[in-house]
Write a protein that binds this ligand. Structure first.
Ligand code: AMP
Length: 567
């Protein structure tokens, strides 16, 4: 693996990256930094958010600027205030051993006079949002005459937000601009046009597949009735006890009202939308970054440019109309090498839109069942009990209290203690989920009836009951697979699941690699915590079982067999 040093960066910059904990350059850094340092003047870099773009331009920029001159030489333009502050923060980290370099953030919604004062102190790098920058140009508070380097970050976002004219105005007002670097996750025609007009023979580099969402992200969808959207949202949150996530809504009103409703119900959530004052926004963002807020609910515009590490889930309360917007939303998770899940709550009428997104961003969504009340409670119990079991009880001396406690609990069984603990901790959940309805919108009634009767479930239907008895996995599974199991496909059981660290995509890769089979022999995959079921062409099933059954994974024996032959 290549090092930062080998990219041609000065010692002070290499040291700073190592202080930040960067071990090796990311793919975009590996491509962009040597190109820029090697004399490339115009650069188009296509990379998703979260790939390390800021260092890809920030580090070479710091190396190239004339540190002895105290006027603006470099201009970084980005779509939002949040991104602006993030870039300044990152570059400030990179300039740690370059004390003579100064930079300023210029963005709307904050005191312009303070920013003017900062500019007067003599800075080499200006990081700005387009609107405020133009404001400063018009007030003659900033001069772009000496700007040699221009970076356009998240160019596609800027165009989405209607900044095209502003960007062109800025580019036209940098008369001695020598270097233009454009970073974008996607490459719409308008950007091509801008690059043609303002760049000469640009070097184009790509990381990953353009227009494709990050592959560290698992895309899931949940089909429900429009009237169950809110309940489904709650259930998805409850089913993921450690969630640290962003929920996207289409309107400010939704964001605000859902935040209020969930807050009343005891969730750690706040809303971010255009009606908030800058101060309110800052407060919300700070709480979210500090993780005192577990959930943020936001509109697309308000959430632009948010870069928060470690987001586990993005939930699309509704699908966006625009495919690009989906990519940006889901890109808030799965950043910097971590994995994340993007969940979409959809109504059956929105399935076409989902297919369109799948096609354009070239990824496949996994259809998931909305968990039943019992599954949610089980998951919560387990998360809580895992916490209990992992407590460090050795570090506390409880000897003085134990005899009395032992006596008190002398006749109380382990089971009773667990029951008591569960009620104490989960009364709210148990109450709420006691008679929770099935929120899944099932297949069309005729097909559903056929499938159920095949399984001898006619009686249950006749009684009109859809009770949750913890058998949703089996029922859901059989319903979905019954038709195929009569044809060329069959189902295999395997004792590996999400608890083993797999997502569907990685699991699929794993079983295919082990058995040396091609993806097209597989059908649906149904994953649970501990077990999974895979649909496979009957002709390939034996080969897969032979290759996998009895092998070990992380020290555990793998069991794989025909799902229908199990007990
Ligand atoms: P960016 O796309 O610039 O917003 O970067 C996403 C995140 O990855 C930021 O939090 C960076 O601090 C982090 N990052 C960037 N480059 C590296 C690297 N080479 N190694 C580890 N983390 C990095």
């Amino acid at each position: 693996m290549i090092t930062f040093e080998e990219l041609g960066l000065d010692e002070q910059l290499v040291k700073a990256t190592s202080d930040l904990g960067y071990v090796n350059p990311s793919a975009i850094q590996e491509k962009a930094i040597p190109a820029i340092l090697g004399g490339t003047k115009d650069l188009i870099a296509l990379a998703q958010t979260g790939t390390g773009k800021t260092a890809a331009f920030g580090l070479p920029l710091l190396q190239l600027i004339d540190k002895d001159q105290k006027y603006p030489q470099a201009l970084v333009i980005c779509p939002t205030r949040e991104l602006c502050l993030q870039i300044v923060k990152d570059i400030t980290g990179f300039r740690k051993y370059l004390p003579s370099v100064h930079l300023v953030a210029v963005y709307g919604g904050s005191s312009i006079s303070l920013q003017i004062k900062d500019l007067k102190r003599g800075v080499q790098i200006v990081v700005a949002t387009p609107g405020r920058l133009i404001d400063l140009i018009e007030r003659k508070a900033i001069h772009l005459e000496e700007i040699k380097y221009v970076v356009l970050d998240e160019a596609d976002e800027m165009l989405n937000m209607g900044f095209q004219d502003d960007i062109e105005f800025i580019l036209q007002n940098t008369p001695i601009r020598e270097y233009t670097w454009l970073f974008s996750a996607t490459m719409p025609n308008e950007i091509r046009r801008v690059t043609k007009k303002y760049m000469t023979d640009p070097l184009e580099i790509t990381v990953g597949t353009v227009n494709t969402a990050n592959k560290n992200i698992e895309h899931q969808y949940y089909v429900t009735n429009a009237g169950y959207r809110y309940e489904t949202l709650k259930r998805l949150i409850d089913y993921n006890p450690g969630i640290y996530g962003i929920i996207f809504t289409r309107t400010k009103v939704d964001a605000q009202s859902i935040a209020e409703k969930l807050t009343r119900e005891g969730y750690d959530i706040d809303a971010l939308h255009g009606d908030l004052t800058q101060q309110q926004r800052d407060k919300v963002m700070k709480a979210f970054r500090d993780k005192t807020l577990q959930l943020l609910i936001a509109t697309d515009v308000a959430a632009r440019g948010i870069d928060v590490q470690g987001i586990t889930h993005v939930i699309n309360y509704e699908l966006p109309d625009d495919v690009e917007v989906y990519t940006h939303r889901s890109g808030r998770t799965g950043r910097a090498g971590l994995t994340g899940i993007s969940m979409s709550i959809v109504h059956s009428r929105e399935l076409n839109k989902l297919r369109l997104i799948e096609k354009i961003v070239k990824l496949s969504f996994h259809k998931m069942d909305i968990p039943s009340g019992i599954e949610v409670c089980r998951k919560q119990f387990m998360a809580f009990m895992n916490k209990v079991l992992s407590l460090d009880i050795e570090s506390r001396n409880l000897d003085a209290y134990m005899p009395a406690l032992m006596e008190k609990f002398a006749d109380v069984s382990k089971e009773e203690i667990l029951r008591r603990l569960s009620v104490m901790e989960f009364d709210r959940f148990l109450n709420y989920y006691e008679n929770a309805p099935d929120l899944n919108m099932r297949d069309a009634p005729r097909r559903e009836r056929g499938a159920r009767e095949d399984q001898g479930r006619g009686r249950e239907r006749d009684r009109g009951e859809r009770s949750d008895r913890g058998d949703r996995g089996e029922r859901g599974g059989r319903e979905r697979y019954s038709r195929d199991s009569d044809g060329d496909m069959m189902r295999l059981f395997i004792n590996l699941g999400t608890k083993d660290g797999f997502y569907k995509a990685s699991f699929l890769q794993f079983i295919l690699d082990m058995s040396d089979l091609k993806k097209d022999v597989l059908g649906k995959i149904d994953m649970r915590d501990m077990n999974s079921w895979v649909e496979i062409d009957k002709k390939s099933a034996n080969k897969m079982i032979k290759a996998i059954d009895g092998k070990t994974y992380k020290g555990r024996r793998i069991r794989m067999n025909d799902a229908n032959s199990r007990g």
